[in-house]
Structure formats: C-alpha cells, structure tokens
Design a protein around this ligand. Structure first.
Ligand SMILES: [Zn+2]
Ligand SMILES: [Zn+2]
Length: 379
C-alpha cells in the first residue's frame, strides 16, 4: 500500500469502539448509540462493521482508501476455514461534502473476502446511494451512519438466508471435523485417566455438561421472558396476554409476522380498570428463514439466489439474488459477479490471519482480509 494512501488511514478506533470520526461530525451520544448497534450486530450475526468519517481524502480514490483502512484496522470476523461467517466485514467510509476541500462528498463501503456473497458490490453501492447520501445531503451524519449500518445488517441477513442447504451441511461437516480433530489432539497429550475412561465415557461426560449448560441457558431465558413486570403507574403486576388475546393489541404487520413465525410478540397489559399501560416485547426468530424488509421493516423478506453462470478456476460467474417481502410484496433483484474459484490448496497451507484468537469482545480482531470489493457513490 503506497505511503500516499496510508497517510490518510485514520487511527484504529478500537478498543473504544468501531467508529473513527475525525472531523467530529457525530455527537458523543450518537457515537455511543451507533457503537452499541454495531456491537449488537456483531454478537447476533457475527459480521464486523467499521466506520471512518474523514474530512479530506486528498486525491485518493475512495475504494483504495477503504481497502487500506479495512486491512489496517483488521476488520472481518475470524472463524474457522470453511465457515460461512469467516472474514465477514464491512468498512463504511464517509466524507461530508461540506468539509472536503474539493467539495466532493463520498460514501464507500468496502467488503471483506467472506462477505462478497452477502454485501455484494452492487448492493453496497445502492446502500450508499439510496440510504446514506440523502442523509448526508441533509447534513444528518448520525442518520447517515445509522442507515449504512442498517443497510449492511440487512444485506448480511439476506446473505445468511441464501446459504443453500448444501453449504449448511458442508459447514456442519467442517465444524464437526475440526471439533473432533481438536478433541483428538488434546486427548493425545492427556494423562492416563482419559485412557482408562475411554472415548465413550468422555463423550458421555461431554454431552452431559453440554446438556446442563443448555438447560441453564434455557432456564434463564424462560425466567427473563416470564418474570413479572410491574405497571409503571403502580397498579401491581401486569398480565401476559395469550396468543389469541394479543392479536387484538397488535398491528396488522405484527400479526402477519406472528402468523409466518418470523417474530413472536409478548404483550403485557395492566389489569387495573382504565389503565392503558402496555409492554410489547418483540422476539425475532433466527431460524424462520425470514430477514427484515427494508421497505416495511417487517421480518418477512425471503430471498432466492440463482446461479446464472457458474464460476470456474479461469472465469468469474454470475448470480442473481431476488428478495421478496411476503408482507408488503416489495421485490428487489440484484446481480453480482462471483469470484474465480481458487486453485486446489497446497498440502500444508495454514492461514495466518490477525493476531487475535476470536471475534468476541468489543474490538476489531479480524483478519483484515479483503479483495478490495465494495460499492459507493459521490455526491
Ligand atoms: Zn396500570
Ligand atoms: Zn416489506
């Protein structure tokens, strides 16, 4: 990476957060709220998001600087090789027009190696054009960053949903093989009690512990869901409505989500006469196969990916992804180029990605691995 580009790469915002706002375009409260949204997305769907707001990028092309920042900050989740969530990350580069010496505003989203399938380049460009730049024109930079984050989250979810069953099976197989080989390694250096017990007993203990942990997590979840909630006006405990009762309290879109099983709503009502206090808790199902619709914001989006041209080791392929909202009926079709297939790996290739061992915590610890793909627009 040439020094002329590197000198515009801002300092990595972590571990304080994921946003580097050089000109101070965001208020402290906005920055904290946006950092929190990114933390939630990282925890929920294991995709990294970094944001860089700069006043001046000189003559450097946004895609070039975006790639340099992505690599320098080491964005992208570190997951085992073969895992679909590996290297899923995106860097949002924003230059407010009114601050730029050349009066050229920019929005550019650089995507990681693992996210081209989800945050596809054309879609990244559309996020900038349709969501981010209108907010930037209105000089609402918090809204600009917020819509970039929402757009990327949406694309991640659509990408996740379009994982084919075959990929999912392959993923399960790879994960299982790795777990077994790891267990095999730790067993080899173990002491004699392991040998005396034998693999079946160890497996039984292992499964028993897993069962206990799942039980505890389930119990905590049930407690949090059904714990009594007091009426804020001091009328005592509120009541949880049954599924048929809560339909009367919900909007049409929410009832639709409940019907297709993408979201379950718990509605709590104060039983005191004349009291109108309600608490509605929205619980999305991550196994329903639906993603959030960017149009009506209901969780009713389905997607279908069709391979138009298969990639080979010598040429790129072409895929078409159609998303349809079952509630508002909005349909969106995008096409994207799929990368040339990699040559068969040499026998002893090991990846050297980042220095961190995981993607937990509140800092980037990814591989910073990107092929420089992405999309954006100027205004
Ligand atoms: Zn009340
Ligand atoms: Zn919709």
């Amino acid at each position: 990476m040439p020094a002329s580009v590197l000198k515009y790469v801002p300092a990595n915002p972590n571990p304080a957060g994921f946003i580097r706002d050089v000109p101070g375009a965001l208020s402290g409260a906005d920055r904290r709220a946006l950092n929190e949204r990114i933390t939630t997305i990282r925890g929920r769907i294991h995709g990294d998001i970094g944001v860089a707001i700069l006043a001046d990028i000189g003559d450097i092309a946004p895609y070039e600087l975006g790639t340099a920042i992505y690599r320098s900050w080491k964005i992208g989740t570190v997951a085992p090789i073969g895992n679909a969530r590996r290297d899923v990350g995106a860097l949002v580069l924003l230059v407010p027009k009114e601050l730029a010496p050349n009066h050229q505003g920019q929005c550019w989203i650089t995507t990681g190696r693992g996210s081209e399938g989800a945050v596809i380049d054309a879609a990244a460009g559309a996020v900038c054009r349709e969501r981010v730049i209108p907010a930037m024109k209105a000089r609402d930079y918090a809204a600009a960053v917020d819509s970039a984050i929402s757009g990327i989250e949406h694309l991640y979810l659509v990408g996740l949903d379009s994982l084919t069953a075959a990929q999912a099976r392959e993923l399960a197989r790879v994960t299982e093989t790795r777990a077994l080989s790891q267990r095999g390694r730790s067993g080899a250096q173990g002491t004699s009690w392991r040998e005396r017990l034998g693999p079946v007993a160890i497996l039984a203990v292992f499964l028993g512990l897993a069962g206990v942990i799942i039980g505890i997590v389930w119990g905590i979840g049930r407690y949090l869901r059904f714990r009594s909630r007091p009426c804020p006006r001091g009328h005592g405990r509120m009541q949880l409505l049954s599924e048929s009762e809560d339909d009367l309290e919900l909007e049409e879109g929410a009832r639709f989500e409940e019907r297709i099983g993408s979201v379950n709503y718990d509605v709590w009502r104060c039983p005191a006469p004349g009291c109108t206090e309600r608490v509605v808790i929205r619980r999305s199902s991550w196994r329903s196969g639906y993603a959030d619709c960017g149009h009506c914001h209901r969780r009713a989006l389905t997607s279908c990916t069709v391979t138009l041209v298969s990639a080979t080791q010598h040429s790129t392929g072409l895929e078409e992804c159609t998303t349809t909202c079952a509630f508002c009926r909005t349909t969106h079709t995008t096409r994207h180029v799929t990368p040339v297939l990699p040559p068969p790996p040499p026998p002893s290739s090991s990846s050297s990605s980042g220095s961190s061992s995981g993607s937990s915590g509140s800092s980037f610890g990814g591989s910073g691995s990107t092929s420089g793909g992405g999309g954006g627009a100027s205004y």
